[in-house]
Design a protein around this ligand. Sequence first.
Ligand code: PLP
Length: 419
Amino acid sequence: MKKPFVTLEQLQGITQAYPTPFHLYDEKGIRENARRLKEAFAWNPGYREYFAVKATPTPAILKLLREEGCGVDCSSLTELMLAEKCGFSGREIMFSSNETPAEEFALAARLGATINLDDFTHIDFLKQTIGFIPETISCRFNPGGVFRLGESKEGFQVMDTPGDSKYGFTREQLFEGFRTLRSMGAKRFGLHAFLASNTLSNEYYPALAAILFRLAVELRDQTGADVRFINLSGGVGIPYRPDQSENDIAVIGAGVRKAYEEILVPAGMGDVALCTELGRFLLGPYGCLVTRAIHAKHTYKEYIGVDACAANLMRPAIYGAYHHITVMGKEDAPCDHKYDVVGSLCENCDKFAVDRMLPRIDRGDLLVIHDTGAHGFSMGYNYNGKLRSAELLLQAGGGVRLIRRAETPEDYFATMVFE
Ligand SMILES: *Cc1c(COP(=O)(O)O)cnc(C)c1O
């Protein structure tokens, strides 16, 4: 059973000061998870997690992760600016972008961020933009084809299609790219790949690591490049559904270590640092969307209308993603009502749940929509003139802190030209 990290009593207190809807984050859970991740890779001396800013671009969260030793993975101009404002600098910033505008490369270079190139043609583009090739540079690999892991009767545990994804260099481009970069002054190399998203398998990272480790040895042997770091990127997932089991990061770290010791160490590359760029795994379970039931509608189906909508959490609308819902105070009541839990957008995909068995919901009930800590608030938008909600942090000491105020109509009108 999925249990919220906040109680009904706490929420009753919080909602006196802050009206629903809002995203709430769990400081204790975030810190403990960041420590588990760090511990899992402690065997690798240069290891660092670069939190994927796009998952939760909120200063209080980024600063908290910085305290836990994390860097940041940025993908755009404003994410770089945000990282700088939060105190990150130089090697604490990874810049993994694609179809990159010139001004973004320029800022990344000015901040001393590690630039992870997405494409062979970006080598010349970067040189033209900033006038030189940084001594430390990384390239993103895309092996093409289909990536599968863990075949069973139910299908593959992990399956994704890198061959259809827009990211990364082909294998041939990578060898050519490393040679070209060396000739242009690059001295220290990194290798990056992201092959599958939201994986629920302790085998994903070890399998990816083995692919990148073998490739790194070949790249060194054939191009003479000094490979200093390997970036396993994101993709370690979380169980959104209550019947799924969670990844064990300690097992994942040990699996990566085994591949490291089998492939890199014998090749004389036992000093290569590892990086991760986890967003979902690090933050996902430690955020939730708190919303209130404001209508109950009975037509061809039973609808519960809530005061949040897809503008606050887009994943169900665009991916049909499952997010677990707890009706606060009714945790032990029988789930004997079938509801569509819906927001107010003029789009029929604005449904947090479809045909979900839940306890009877009354107007005024508080609902916790789970696992919105990553790719939740951040994917929000202003369709239908809806305003983004506040974000609150449930502090380790128990109190609550506003870490982003809710948008107001003035924010919505600020960019409009009326004359
Ligand atoms: C989105 C993204 C991540 C984070 O992915 P998660 O699924 O949240 O782990 C990491 N690296 C890059 C380059 C990304 O685009």
